[in-house]
Design a protein around this ligand. Sequence first.
Ligand SMILES: *Cc1c(COP(=O)(O)O)cnc(C)c1O
Length: 371
Amino acid sequence: MSDRAEFLIDLSALSSNVSKIKKECAVEILAVVKADAYGHGLIRVASTALKAGASWLGVALLEEAITLRENGIDAPILAWLVSPGSDFEQAISRNIDLGVSSIKGLNEISAAAAKFGKQARVHLEIDTGMSRGGFLNEWSELLKEDFANVEVVGIFSHFARADEPGEKQNLDQLQRFKVMVQELENVGVKPPIKHLANSAATFRDKDSYFTMVRVGIAMYGLTPDVTHMGTSKDLGLRPVGQLRAKLHLVKEVSKGSPVGYGASAFTSTDTTLGVVAMGYADGIPRIAQGAGVFVNGKKAPIIGRVSMDQFVVDLGSNNKAHSGDWVIVFGDGSHGEYTADDWGLASSSINYEIVTRIGPRVPRIYEPHVY
Ligand SMILES: *Cc1c(COP(=O)(O)O)cnc(C)c1O
């Protein structure tokens, strides 16, 4: 228990999101648990997602995959941001599937596998138009490889604009994916697992499913894009995390008082201010304006700049809040509180960044949300 801030994680909401998605898409689900499960806690989230119907786990880093194995999780795991020079032998010994996007990476994996005396399991990442990860200029060279000591289990790519329905780039990437899969199969390499869809594509486009979908943000009950795809509620998702903090102090101030560093805001009337015991060191964006907290059934907006450990909200003139009360920073919105989407919009960002940046000083508590 924390005495100032906590992130309450409702694992029953996570289960419900996973089983809903599983039922609707009817292909294998890879639960994306990178970045400490989008801030929700790697191990608890991974085990819950597997119980709820996911059959694979996906992470960016090798160390995230190793942590899963060290905690007794033996489901298939894919780590896709494993750079040349990584500890491939450990990956192979722990049965971790590796995303490969360069010849150099492939050669190193192959050498590690030869040394270890066991085939490495790889998924070839291909660049279908995002110009980020994946084979592009080395593709024709890759097609000539003998893939010694590796088993090509999968082929995958990633959408750049899946959250924008009707965007032509999505169709282009899908076509490109099919062409590259065919080119690989033509040289006799036939990976059983083909995956392209992220959360947004899972909602939007059945043609992008192939044999598996990689679901991140939607599993946490958040919309991939509140502007183009609607809210969590519109998508039938239950937000998993509720961030709450304590009012460190409640005090009355007079009209025209400057608030916070740089005196970037002044009170417009005599009012009551609340000092919330979280700051940018805990992941509250310093530039956030237009979000705030929920207290006694009302929204209290941020006033002035967010500091490292605290920020100030305007409670208004007749709010009965007291020093030491808990307030909701964001939740599922069902009681009128701010959501992770509101915080995203308030800081020129997105819900993904809001949840993943919640800092290590904020304990994750696996309990239902509190109102
Ligand atoms: C993060 C990530 C995902 C998950 O994306 P969401 O939009 O959160 O569903 C899927 N695939 C790859 C390669 C990723 O890096």
